[in-house]
Design a protein around this ligand. Structure first.
Ligand SMILES: Nc1ncnc2c1ncn2[C@@H]1O[C@H](COP(=O)(O)OP(=O)(O)O)[C@@H](O)[C@H]1O
Ligand SMILES: [Mg+2]
Length: 366
């Protein structure tokens, strides 16, 4: 039966024997379901198992345990070239002696597709990546961004059901990378092919993805839409890896329905809203984004912590303040410089009150 999922990883494990003779679990019981037509990203720091996961979906590595399904079909025993997937790597390795047309049409030629048909499909693929009419060029006559588009056209030409992309923009400079991010996203919508995109760049993943799997040490910690990942991180690792987060460590004093009272030893007491249940005495971390904190001269409604400004950093759009509270807690506060009145609210050494609502932090325990 056809599945609504393009790709499923079911409890997949991949172990490698290390040169020292130990066993390394590069992917450790990962389960994820990638929907048909989705732009799905695997995001995490170097070495967390992104490439290994992608290579198993491609069939370039076999899982030690668990299953991989493509459109509901177990492909564990299907070889790489028989899977309906294609991969674009960071090193896009175009053949230097071949023209653009020959590079893109190479796979079709191997499959015995006649020349006229090949030519037509190469032109279509070039139009798709917005580089029409450059069939006769050689790779060294193209910029890095153009070469990456050729690699993309080569991967799209035989209309794979799933396109795997492993840090494909990593070699490009920042400005071009940002342009290509938006283009790739548009292209993905146009062609309607499922994209599984590997990146260690959180901003890139937030910009492009329908959903993101945040990975660490071979484990998928959270799989969600970008906004959910940013606004409701499930763990401290996710909160820390995506954007910037202040962690204020404390102890639960009590809970009244959704209202959780937390003591931040030495710095004060806060009330945070949560749908979870905590026990009195439980150690927790109040995780709150710098842009959700504001600096005031006086206490206001919500939570207020008294502190001293230690650092003021003006970065144009915003000003960042480093504030130390009476206990050992510290926080970074980000104020927008939208109006002149907002600029330089406080200077180093000033006594201030840091305010935030009951709903802006998350209470994290792991
Ligand atoms: N062929 C291999 N043999 C041994 N260890 C490997 C092999 N491939 C990857 N690893 C290890 O598995 C872990 C995950 O690697 P990888 O999936 O490439 O991470 P990422 O793409 O997230 O940077 C790393 O510790 C890496 O050193
Ligand atoms: Mg990698």
């Amino acid at each position: 039966m056809a599945s609504e999922f393009a790709v499923e990883m079911q409890d997949v494990v991949k172990q490698f024997v290390t040169p020292e003779g130990g066993i390394l679990s590069a992917v450790n019981h990962v389960t994820m379901q990638i929907k048909d037509g989705e732009f799905f990203s695997l995001l995490g720091p170097s070495g967390c198992g992104k490439t290994t996961s992608l290579r198993m979906i491609a069939g370039l590595e076999l899982p030690t345990d668990g299953k991989i399904l493509i459109h509901g079909k177990d492909v564990s025993q299907v070889s790489a070239f028989q899977r309906p997937v294609n991969t674009v790597f960071q090193q896009y390795a175009l053949f230097p002696h071949m023209t653009v047309e020959q590079n893109i049409g190479f796979g079709l030629e191997m499959m015995g597709v006649p020349r006229a048909e090949r030519s037509k499909r190469v032109s279509e693929a070039l139009a798709m990546v917005r580089l029409p009419g450059i069939e006769m060029r050689k790779p060294n006559q193209l910029s890095g961004g153009q070469q990456q588009r050729i690699a993309l056209a080569r991967a799209l030409i035989n209309k794979p059901e799933v396109l795997l992309l492993d840090e494909p923009l990593g070699a490009l400079d920042l400005k071009l990378r940002k342009e290509m991010q938006l283009e790739l996203k548009t292209l993905q919508r146009e062609v309607g092919i499922t994209f599984i995109y590997v990146t260690h760049d959180q901003e890139e993943a937030l910009t492009m993805s329908d959903r993101i799997a945040v990975m660490s040490n071979g484990v998928a910690l959270q799989i969600d839409q970008p906004e959910e990942i940013y606004e409701r991180p499930a763990t401290k690792f996710v909160a820390d890896f995506i954007g910037e987060t202040n962690f204020l460590d404390g102890v639960v004093r009590g809970q009244n329905g959704r209202d959780v009272e937390i003591d931040l030893p030495g710095s004060g007491t806060v009330h945070i809203e949560s749908s979870r249940t905590f026990t009195t005495g439980q150690q927790v971390s109040v995780a709150v984004r710098p842009e959700k904190l504001t600096l005031k001269k006086e206490a206001q409604g919500g939570n207020n912590l008294k502190g001293r400004v230690e650092e003021v950093i003006y970065i144009g759009t915003d000003t960042h303040y480093g504030v130390r509270f009476a206990g050992s807690h510290k926080a970074r506060v980000r104020e927008q410089n939208a109006t002149q009145a907002n600029k330089e609210i406080a200077k180093s050494g000033d006594e201030v009150t840091v305010s935030f609502t009951r709903t802006s932090p998350r209470i994290l325990t792991e």
